[in-house]
Unconditional design. Structure first.
Length: 470
């Protein structure tokens, strides 16, 4: 059954990567960064938060080897997903064997996570490296070997190089590892080198591009209300794949998770009274939640940086699920009445239901508005007049990256590349492609609606004044 789940989700993710149109951020990563010289990528010469450096470098390599198709651009994150499946299996089999199958379902059928194992961004890479780091932290906790310490430290540094948000996780993993070193009484030079060499090597690689982002004011994505509303509630909405927005379920999901947190703390307290808490996994997972949460909050108050939201807080999802799994695994070890057997399978069934409900081959939930750019240009190629050339397309502002990628990929030499301009900025155009909220831009023009795209809620219009003038 576990193999069937793994193969099924693997096929699903790979098929989506092949058929889904690239999103705005993916196109920007490829067109704006992956085709740049290596020096410009690594130094973030033209700073933007979109440049997830390790991901950009791997896209550049994949593009060189396999071309510029959607699948080729997404190949690095697809390989990370395959590795993630394997590492979650290793981790669960070794540390939480009592609930292996339901736990595997919880970690591998989460639809919001799966979206970011399709998207050619650094999020999926970072999640894989984070889970790999957790696996080796757990391994070091059970058997203190220097190689476990080094791999855990190196992996979380790679996560941060894939997505700068994970710098918070470097601090967290290093802190946890140091506590374990104290516990194992392994404060030797070799231990310190194993733990600190990777972060020290990555400091110059991270410092310059992050400094560039701060200087350019590019660290703007996030919330300003508070940790609960911005981070917790957007994660609840994302976890449910935006299927129950503003519902009671969305509001109760964090409360349910807090019940598991309190249960984990209770189990930890009971173990501490018996002086056998050191081998417990719950305290590590709790710190993996609490320290980044505290770090994000401190960043907001000290440096006026926004709270993490939805995809920037993505790492909280697998860590939270691991805490739920750890608590259930421990409770089952101490429970003989069968109630928890029902709980673990009930949660697994809910995970399957959410996966099935979210199953689609048309869009990624955070980027539905860009799902139809490829189809729009295909339609425009078919609908345009034979003598129409050198067309400038009127558009909503944040459509330039996707349009330019598909102009490049589809070799549409009859249409000009677009910029960050609004449809009314430079006079009338023969065609307009607009988000629903922007169609008032053409209200005063004599336009004909050619197509409506229901997934992205976008419109393709033809300006009638150009019928006989091109």
């Amino acid at each position: 059954m576990l193999i069937a789940v793994a193969l099924g989700v693997l096929l699903y993710v790979h098929f989506r990567a092949a058929v889904l149109a690239l999103t705005y951020d993916e196109c920007w990563s490829f067109m704006g960064y992956a085709r740049s010289p290596l020096k410009e990528i690594v130094l973030n010469t033209y700073p933007a938060a979109n440049n997830h450096i390790l991901n950009t470098l791997l896209i550049k390599l994949s593009g060189f080897a396999f071309g510029s198709s959607e699948y080729a651009i997404r190949l690095p994150v697809l390989l990370a997903h395959t590795a993630y499946i394997f590492v979650t299996w290793l981790l669960l089999k070794r540390f939480f064997p009592r609930i292996l199958l339901p736990a595997f379902i919880l970690l591998n059928l989460q639809p919001y996570l799966l979206d970011y194992f399709v998207a050619a961004r650094g999020y999926g890479l970072a999640i894989f490296f984070l889970v790999l780091s957790i696996y080796f932290i757990f391994s070091y906790q059970e058997k203190p070997r220097f190689k476990y310490l080094f791999i855990a430290s190196f992996s979380i540094c790679l996560a941060a190089y894939s997505n700068f948000t994970y710098i918070l996780l470097i601090i967290t993993i290093v802190s946890i590892a140091f506590l374990l070193m104290l516990e194992h009484k392994m404060l030797s030079l070799k231990s310190f080198l194993a733990l600190f060499i990777p972060p020290l090597c990555f400091i110059p690689l991270l410092f310059i591009p992050v400094k560039q982002l701060v200087k350019a004011g590019e660290l703007y994505y996030g919330g300003q209300t508070g940790f609960w509303e911005d981070t917790v509630m957007t994660l609840s909405r994302s976890f449910l794949y935006h299927s129950l927005n503003n519902s009671l379920v969305e509001k109760l999901l964090p409360v349910l998770f807090l019940a598991f947190v309190l249960t984990g703390l209770t189990l930890l307290y009971n173990k501490s009274k018996q002086n056998n808490w050191r081998a417990d996994k719950n305290w590590i997972l709790l710190l993996l939640l609490l320290l980044p949460a505290a770090g994000s909050t401190l960043q907001h108050y000290i440096f006026d940086k926004p709270y993490l939201i939805d995809r920037t807080a993505l790492f909280f999802i697998p860590v939270s699920l691991l805490l739920v799994i750890s608590v259930l695994n421990e409770l089952e070890a101490n429970n003989t009445n069968g109630i928890l057997i029902k709980v673990k399978y009930f949660l697994a069934i809910l995970a399957v239901v959410l996966f099935v409900k979210s199953f689609n081959f048309h869009s990624l939930v955070d980027f539905k508005e860009h799902a139809d750019t490829r189809q729009m240009l295909t339609d425009l190629t078919r609908l345009k007049e034979a003598d129409e050339n050198d067309i400038i397309l009127g558009k909503s502002v944040y459509m330039n990256a996707t349009i330019n990628y598909y102009i490049f990929k589809m070799d549409l030499d009859w249409i000009r590349d677009t910029e960050l301009t609004f449809c009314s900025d430079e006079g009338e155009r023969p065609y307009y492609y607009l988000f629903k909220n922007d169609i008032d831009c053409v209200d005063t023009l004599g336009v004909e609606q050619l197509k409506y795209y229901p997934v992205s809620k976008t419109y393709l219009f033809k300006n009638q004044i150009f019928n006989n003038s091109i």
